[in-house]
Design a protein around this ligand. Structure first.
Ligand code: DP6
Length: 421
């Protein structure tokens, strides 16, 4: 192997999407290996709007493993990082780069240190699941750097040990995390149900809800639920297994009414489990509850559901519209109920796929102010407006899985020094 005096740096950069569960993972049967109490299903979100980019580097000159997240150095000493690094290293293969005259043999990886730099293209403060994309990207990028021969399913079992939901970010489209039975977790892996092209009519609008409250982390919350909620036991044993089958069928058939009914019911049951925990955990707030009521009212006023809602361990609403036309009508409604402050630039309030603003006929704040109340609001139902209760909206769609970025300008680590650019 190359000695410490050698200066070469080998890097890999990857981009990985985040995902949102439509059948939720909530509860572990093994905390260290991160093995869940039930299967879950998610949709991968378009990485153009929400993703993590990670560059990993190896060099004989690196003194220790180091990581930078959004430009700030963080510790890698946590068990989850250590588990992922150990699992990847133990599966590493020979790597040769003739151009640079580099040859790393399998056993060298035990001694070589890595540098990792990771960046989320969405505000960390938004409370959107960043650990899913983060761990998936770390495992995917290191897997490429160390030339792992494992397929994507096996890689997902490593990402799972970083954060449960991360295993589902190794695929695009709709993804199932199979809970598995093995004690060592080898069969607790993610599989792709359908790719992102299968149901590309869907449009996803995320309402990033303003919140001052510090939330209980998913890890802590689910630990409390496992310890104290009888509803969680019932959900894992009786409800989810049937729901998973129904959801798979709804996705296969692009059956939006069934999909919406299952998605909403599962989100509501997950939050019911949180309430059933002792002490109870409140992730949704008044704004979240209002969004549920508006969507329920609208869906009931139509012949068939138009929008599905789902909420993770926080107040943000993830709204899945059956197509672009519905998404435009949804955005009009949301902007009617939750108008931005007068001096807001509409383009910074709606991020992601901005053309949905045009579809909705909204060019600026004047158009927002002139929005009529949605027809499902009856005369005796005061059209209350909650200015500022939504910080902004992200418009996105189902997206693809992880990819390598070969364009060196997208790398986050300097190719000469292996330090953040
Ligand atoms: C509500 O994957 O963040 O988003 O495995 O402890 O890291 P850990 O938890 P995490 O939990 C996600 C919970 C959820 C539902 C879901 O994504 O399925």
């Amino acid at each position: 192997m190359a000695d410490k005096s050698q200066k070469w740096v080998l890097t890999v950069t990857a981009q990985t999407p985040t995902n949102i569960a439509v059948i939720k993972y909530w509860g572990k049967r093994d905390e260290t290996l991160i093995l869940p109490v039930n299967d879950s299903i998610s949709v991968t979100l378009d990485p153009n709007h929400l993703c993590t980019t990670t560059t990993v580097a190896v060099s004989p000159s690196f003194e220790k493993d180091r990581m930078w997240l959004n430009g700030k150095e963080i510790s890698l000493s946590g068990g989850r990082y250590q588990n992922c690094l150990r699992e990847i290293r133990s599966r590493a293969s020979d790597v040769e780069d003739e151009e640079k005259g580099i040859k790393i043999v399998r056993k060298d990886w035990e001694k070589l240190h890595v540098h990792i730099a990771s960046y989320n293209n969405f505000p960390t403060a938004a409370g959107l699941a960043s650990s899913a994309a983060g761990f998936a990207c770390l495992v995917f990028a290191l897997g490429k750097l160390m030339n792992l021969k494992e397929d994507q399913g096996k890689l997902s079992a490593i990402a799972r040990q970083g954060s449960g939901s991360a295993c589902r970010s190794l695929f695009g489209g709709f993804v199932k995390w199979i809970m598995g039975n093995d004690e060592n977790g080898s069969d607790s892996i993610a599989v792709q149900l359908v790719d992102e092209k299968h149901w590309d009519d869907l449009v996803i609008v995320i309402a990033v809800v303003s919140s001052r409250q510090k939330e209980t982390s998913s890890t802590t919350g689910m630990r409390e639920s496992v310890k104290t909620s009888l509803l969680l036991q019932h959900r894992a044993k009786e409800v989810v297994p049937k729901r998973i089958l129904q959801m798979e069928e709804a996705i296969r058939n692009r059956d939006f009414p069934s999909f919406a009914q299952l998605t909403c019911a599962d989100s509501n049951q997950f939050h019911a489990v949180c309430l059933d925990s002792s002490p109870p955990i409140f992730y949704m707030n008044d704004t979240s509850n209002r969004i549920i009521s508006y969507v329920e009212k609208w869906n009931r006023s139509e012949e068939t559901p138009q929008v599905a809602y789902t909420f993770d361990a926080g107040p943000n609403a993830v709204l899945i519209a059956r197509n672009r036309k519905v998404a435009a009508a949804l955005l009009q409604r949301l902007l009617f109920y939750f108008p931005p402050h007068e001096d807001t630039d509409l383009n910074s309030y709606v991020i992601g796929d901005k053309s949905i603003l045009q579809d909705a006929g909204l060019k600026g704040m004047k158009d927002v102010e002139a929005l009529p109340p949605p027809p499902e609001i009856k005369d005796n139902d005061p059209a209350r407006k909650y200015k500022g209760d939504v910080s902004y909206f992200i418009c996105t769609k189902p997206g693809r899985g992880p990819v390598l970025l070969s364009d060196k300008s997208q790398a986050l680590l300097d190719p000469e020094t292996g330090l953040p650019k």
